[in-house]
Ligand binder design. Structure first.
Ligand code: BGC
Length: 763
């Protein structure tokens, strides 16, 4: 047996070398005196109009990622740019375009203050990595940091210096389309992943030409939209706010995230953009955040629809007072802020504070030293789709894949997966199998259409004995970022051909799920089943061939209860990005042993949602009578697959849980994990605690540690976790972090429901 050391399998050595090359130690971007002096010096020279200009962000003049308002024609924007009335733009990319606008800002405005170029670099720029929820399933912080690093390298090579990522919203409702963009339901995992992404984007030197400023978004509560309908009302309790929603933002601030984006939703009836409590009291006050807050797209002007502001002028007043430093596409500051200051409605000190924050980020990025540092066309050409980036995207895609089921199909105990590389006859069915676009996911405005390796292409590298049948279209008509996806709900005319192919094959790979544009912003669903006619297709094929491997490609947890009951092998691949087909094929044919674990609970039925592992117990958790306990009359309370769940081609056992609680602020938990199967593989050991009694009720379980490691067959490892006050305490209803004495249960295991437990008392 060996002590825990981070050992990796040989096949990922290249990737590690690559990551080592780009993965940087914790960065130290701090306000330094030299920058402060330059900021203050510049501020003194600025007119009120120029200051307000810095607080204004315009969408680039050709791409749109939100509803475009009527005002703000390109001409008006250019005029404003020349007058120094624009501090940042978004959605402009390409060194030539960036240089063109930067030259106007630098050469034509009075003070020559360079622009920030913001962009939604969410899971890659050109080389696409898996959707963030997929990456989160890797539980691999190094790989996630590496993915963000590469996204920053490609984006910065295209002129971008600021990404609107990571989204650190905790999400419990699979109906919400944006679950694809975050790290799932857990604040502990979500914080770690958010920080890894920030480190990847920002590196340890923000002024380098391949690092970009990151944004923690959406502050705060956006992930709790009621009924999972995007932009809907948010109504959360104080404890949920402090213990679930805010921690990933706090972790981001502690790790020097340069900007925070506020959000579309209300919190306690106050829209986030006009919310002083969130922005001034918590973020800039308690947390001492010294970067700037950008509004979400038009979230200022939307306060009128919320019924919180009468008109655009009031929007400007309320937002500025509440601490929203930069207005994205509401036209409120640029239109009204000057007169509001002149009439004494908004204090000049608030403007100065906002502008200093914005200038600080520009100085940190080195834009005043070289505004064109991101505008090197040669570098752009060299770095986009660099082979190292594609190799890393392949690794990340494999690490994101979760094996959901791999049951025995014969009494001799043979599993369908991994597939043998012999020439057995394989049927591949499903429109998604032959799709080079959907796998790129949803937030992929920088990517090239149809640039993914399809599943079919990937599988064909392993076998020549393949027959493909679409079975049915998934979508009808065109799909793009702006239009609603239309799903084929009726056309089953190609079922017959698919059934025929399945009948004549030894094994069937069915690639089903959601189109990439069915998740993401504005793409909520009321159902969590396989969209369109796919479920019927699956059942028809099952009638003639039961040896089905279901490969799921989707951007949210799905309630695939029927498939779980009947289909012997199920692989969750998410939307894996550029290297989709290669990653999936390597998993299916056993060249990679899957080790992903779900970052979000999969429900049995949409009616259970929101369903999450770290819920409270209720006063009636178990049957006290037949009827009067917390349950459904038509479905179990249990999930289909719990948080943290994921199988491997090998098996791991957990034993020897030892707790050393001599020091209450440094409790050591040790456990032995053994690979008892026949293959080498990785496992993620997860530690959960239960605080049995507290001054406010605590969740039934909370993740407080995890470790991913690689074990050869027969090999064992002793894993150690340390529980400190940070893990054992919680926020009370005044937002104060407290630790209390009492009994705790500790469970260490392979997912949130299976493991070995012990107890300790914290004195
Ligand atoms: C989204 C943000 C995004 C912004 C800019 C908004 O609609 O909510 O997450 O960064 O648009 O594209």
């Amino acid at each position: 047996m060996r002590q825990f050391i981070f050992k990796r399998p040989a096949y990922i050595v290249t990737f590690i070398v690559f990551l080592f090359h780009f993965s940087l130690p914790a960065q130290t971007i701090k306000t330094n005196e030299a920058i402060e002096a330059r900021v203050n010096d510049l501020l003194r020279k600025m007119t009120l109009e120029e200051k307000v200009g810095q607080m204004n962000q315009y969408n680039g003049f050709w791409e749109v990622t939100g509803p475009a308002p009527k005002e703000g024609t390109a001409k008006q924007k250019y005029d404003h740019l020349r007058k120094g009335m624009v501090g940042a733009v978004l959605n402009v990319k390409g060194t030539e375009n960036v240089r063109r606008l930067q030259e106007i800002a630098v050469k034509e405005t009075r003070l020559g203050i360079p622009l920030l170029f913001g962009y939604d670099v969410i899971h890659g720029q050109k080389t696409m990595f898996p959707i963030p929820l997929g990456e989160a399933a890797s539980w691999d912080l190094g790989a996630i940091e590496g993915s963000a690093r590469i996204a920053a390298i490609e984006a910065s090579a295209m002129g971008i210096n600021w990404t609107f990522a990571p989204m650190v919203d905790i999400t419990r409702d699979a109906r919400w389309g944006r679950v694809m963009e975050g790290a799932g339901e857990d604040p502990y995992l979500g914080s770690k992943i958010g920080v890894a992404r920030i480190k990847g984007f920002q590196g340890n030197d923000l002024s380098a030409n391949n690092t970009i400023a990151a944004t923690a978004k959406h502050f705060a509560g956006y992930g709790f939209a009621e009924a999972g309908r995007d932009y809907n009302t948010v109504d959360v309790g104080t404890s949920t706010l402090y213990n679930i929603i805010l921690p990933p933002f706090k972790a981001a601030v502690d790790n020097n995230v340069q900007t925070v984006m506020n959000s579309f939703n209300v919190l306690n009836g106050i829209p986030a953009t006009g919310n002083k409590f969130l922005q001034r009291d918590v973020l800039k006050g308690d947390w001492k955040f010294n970067g700037f807050i950008v509004s979400d797209w038009g979230s200022g002007i939307e306060m009128i629809d919320h019924g919180f502001a009468n008109d655009l002028k009031e929007v400007a007043e309320l937002s500025a007072r509440a601490g929203s430093d930069m207005d994205m596409e509401s036209y409120a500051y640029v239109t009204h802020l000057k007169e509001l200051v002149e009439s004494g409605k908004v204090d000049m000190s608030l403007i100065d504070d906002a502008v200093k924050r914005i200038l600080r980020v520009k100085f940190q990025l080195g834009l005043f030293d070289d505004p064109y540092r991101y505008c090197d066309a040669v570098r752009e050409k060299e770095l986009i789709y660099h082979p190292d980036h594609l190799a890393a995207a392949l690794e990340m895609a494999k690490r994101s894949i979760v094996l959901l089921k791999n049951s025995n199909t014969t009494s001799q105990g043979s599993q369908l997966l991994p597939l043998k590389k012999d020439q057995q006859k394989i049927a591949v069915i499903g429109a998604l199998a032959d799709d080079k676009n959907s796998a790129l996911g949803s937030w992929r405005i920088g990517s090239d259409d149809n640039s993914a390796v399809s599943v079919l292409e990937g599988i064909k590298k392993y076998s020549a004995n393949i027959k493909y049948a679409k079975g049915a279209d998934l979508v009808i008509g065109k799909t793009d970022f702006i239009n609603e996806v239309k799903i084929n709900e009726t056309d089953k005319s190609e079922f017959k051909a698919a059934v025929q192919v399945a009948r004549n094959s030894d094994v069937v790979i069915m690639v089903l799920g959601e189109h990439g544009f069915q998740t993401g912003e504005g793409r909520s669903r009321t159902k969590l089943d396989l969209p369109g006619v796919q479920q019927q297709l699956l059942e028809e094929v099952y009638k003639v061939n039961k040896k089905i491997i279901l490969v799921l490609m989707n951007g949210r947890p799905l309630a695939i209860t029927w498939a779980d009951k009947y289909i012997p092998a199920i692989v969750e691949a998410w939307q894996p990005g550029s290297q989709c087909g290669n990653a999936i094929a390597q998993v299916l044919f056993g060249d990679y042993n899957p080790a992903g674990k779900l970052p979000m609970t999969f429900p049995r039925s949409v009616g259970q949602v929101p369903l999450y592992y770290n819920h409270y117990n209720t006063g009636r958790p178990g049957p006290k009578s037949e009827v009067f306990w917390s349950h459904y009359s038509d479905e179990s309370n249990k999930p289909l697959y719990p948080f943290g769940y994921g199988l491997s081609y090998t098996n791991f056992t957990y034993s020897n849980l030892i707790i050393n609680d001599a020091d209450p602020s440094n409790i050591k938990v040790r456990v032995t994990v053994t690979n008892i199967g026949k293959r080498a593989g990785e496992e993620v050991a997860q530690l959960y605690i239960t605080d049995k009694m507290a001054s406010i009720v605590r969740p039934v379980k909370e993740l407080k540690g995890f470790k991913k490691f690689f074990l050869q067959p027969g090999e064992a490892i002793e894993v150690e976790f340390i529980l400190r006050d940070t893990e054992l305490g919680f926020f009370d209803n005044n937002g104060k972090f407290v630790t209390e004495p009492g009994e705790f249960v500790v469970m260490v295991g392979t997912n949130s429901q299976e493991g070995i437990s012990g107890m300790f008392a914290r004195k």
